[in-house]
Design a protein around this ligand. Structure first.
Ligand code: FE2
Length: 509
């Protein structure tokens, strides 16, 4: 383990009281608000370790930026899973970890109901209605969070409200008024279905999904399972959903219940399964009755999707850009805590994902249509892509920003999607230190003159002081950094968002 990363951390204490960071450089005067981030913050309990990157207990991080000053705090999300593990020193079954104390009866109950310990909402943290905050994962449970102290306000089991959808979804699209378009899996039908769901913004609603509506149901192409999915594309009129080469297999799940295998064992790679592209009309919920396919792919994150019209204003194409892995090399079971900690996968094909552009022809009258997934730049490997979401999601756009965790030194990259050979990179490196940058969050300038007129907020873990790195989104130059005192530690995060103080007033109190 001599070359191990000290940056995939398992924290043992949180820092709920904000500590002031040491600002070096000058933070733009217009940048006021709160950066919220979520990710696996604790893996180890005594001599036991949650084994998969997805299994660490959620730690929520908060950077408050006010008048050039920065304050940092964090808190473990006090889920049933976290509290029971802490109290009993027992690891409960999650994605890639086995509960060695469980008996067959306990595991059999899984077939009929979700155990309360599958509630580790450690993937994303998003606003609803511009004034409420939710921690999300991909089971049946999400949490509403008090933005002031990061405590839980409400535990929501969506299958109590939505009889059809049985899972939550970590990447809702967020509309201007704060409504969500989101997804869920429905195992109750045969074949299982993917559900597209709208959580409309309603004032004074207690539980977010009280009046959720299912927009569309897409039947699975697999009889005994569903393709795993983690995000989808959304334009003004269409939803693009990729049914891809990574399958959640019900037979494997049931076998695993008897033999006490981890949930990750239920996933299998179908490297000959052509990606099935479903195009759904947002306005009426109708699925376009064509068989669009592409090459086998594994996709966690869509980058952007937009409609292209001809001179007569007829829709001719839908472009969907994704960050994709080759299923021949990818295995979700590789993403273990151990492999991530020892960095043993760096530079291998197992963790190589690049930008792909899928062009869906909408004027072609054939029933079966193959759509190429063109690799835009094979030399740029990245994950966690972001765009100028509030103004360019669903629209023709130019710039993507993302994190490179696949080759050292780790870096933030910016790609011109209209000319993908044009790439900028901000490397986080020094002779003595190691650095782990987070997903970059784009914040637009108040009077933007271009799509990339703004800054990127990057939470950087370091083997000395962790810090918030503030980059000029045009050139990726670091214009300021805010160092957290060395005795206060952050942890790896998947996703988050920035709540500007003028738009998200209640999230900044
Ligand atoms: Fe994600």
């Amino acid at each position: 383990m001599s070359n191990s990363s000290k940056l995939l951390r398992s924290l043992t204490k949180s820092e709920q009281s904000p500590v002031e960071a040491n600002v070096i450089g000058e933070i733009p005067k217009w940048l006021n608000g709160t950066l919220f981030r979520n990710g696996p913050g604790r893996f180890k309990y005594g001599d036991k370790t949650y084994e998969h990157l997805f299994d660490g207990h959620s730690c929520i991080h908060k950077f408050q930026i006010k008048n050039g000053k920065v304050f940092y705090s964090n808190k473990f999300l006090e889920t049933h899973s976290y509290k029971k593990t802490l109290k009993e020193s027992r690891l409960y079954s999650v994605f890639g970890t086995i509960d060695v104390c469980s008996n067959l009866y306990e595991r059999m109950k899984l077939v009929f109901q979700w155990p309360e310990t599958l509630d580790n909402a450690n993937i994303n943290l998003v606003p609803y209605g511009n004034d409420r905050l939710f921690a999300l994962t991909e089971t049946n449970t999400m949490y509403e969070i008090d933005p002031s102290n990061l405590c839980i306000i409400n535990r929501i089991q969506i299958d109590k409200y939505l009889q059809q959808a049985t899972t939550t979804f970590a990447h809702p699209h967020i509309l201007e008024d704060g409504s969500w378009i989101t997804m869920g899996m429905n195992f109750k039908n045969f074949p299982p279905h993917y559900e597209l769901i709208e959580y409309k913004k309603v004032d004074d609603i207690k539980v977010i999904c009280e009046n959720a509506e299912i927009i569309a149901r897409v039947p699975s192409s697999h009889y005994f399972g569903l393709s795993y999915f983690h995000s989808f594309g959304l334009t003004k009129n269409y939803i693009v959903f990729l049914e891809q080469s990574i399958k959640f297999d019900v037979k494997n799940l049931l076998t695993g219940i008897f033999t006490n295998k981890a949930f990750s064992n239920a996933f299998c790679m179908l490297d000959n399964f052509p990606t099935r592209i479903h195009v759904i009309n947002r306005n009426n919920g109708q699925i376009i009755q064509k068989k669009f396919t592409s090459e086998p792919l594994v996709v966690f994150h869509h980058i952007n999707t937009y409609e292209v019209y001809d001179l007569q204003n007829n829709l001719c194409e839908i472009i969907t850009d994704v960050c994709a892995y080759d299923p021949k090399f990818f295995d979700i079971k590789n993403f273990t805590y151990e492999n991530m900690y020892t960095e043993s996968l760096l530079g291998t094909s197992a963790i190589r994902s690049t930008a792909r552009r899928i062009t869906i022809p909408m004027k072609n009258e054939d029933y079966e249509i193959y759509c190429e997934a063109k690799e835009l730049n094979p030399n740029v490997v990245f994950e966690l892509p972001v765009i100028n979401y509030s103004r360019f999601n669903g629209k023709n756009y130019q710039f993507m920003y993302a994190a490179n965790y696949f080759t050292l030194p780790f870096s933030i990259v910016k790609m011109n999607m209209q000319n993908p050979s044009e790439v900028l990179e901000k490397k986080y490196e020094s002779e003595n230190g190691k650095y782990l940058p987070s997903e970059p969050i784009f914040v637009e300038s108040p009077s933007p003159k271009s799509e990339d007129d703004g800054i990127l907020l990057v939470m950087v873990l370091s083997d000395k002081k962790d810090y918030l790195s503030i980059l000029d989104a045009k050139n990726l130059k670091e214009i300021a950094k805010a160092e957290i005192p060395e005795d206060v530690k952050g942890a790896f995060t998947f996703h988050g968002f920035f709540a500007q103080s003028d738009k998200f007033k209640k999230l900044n109190q």
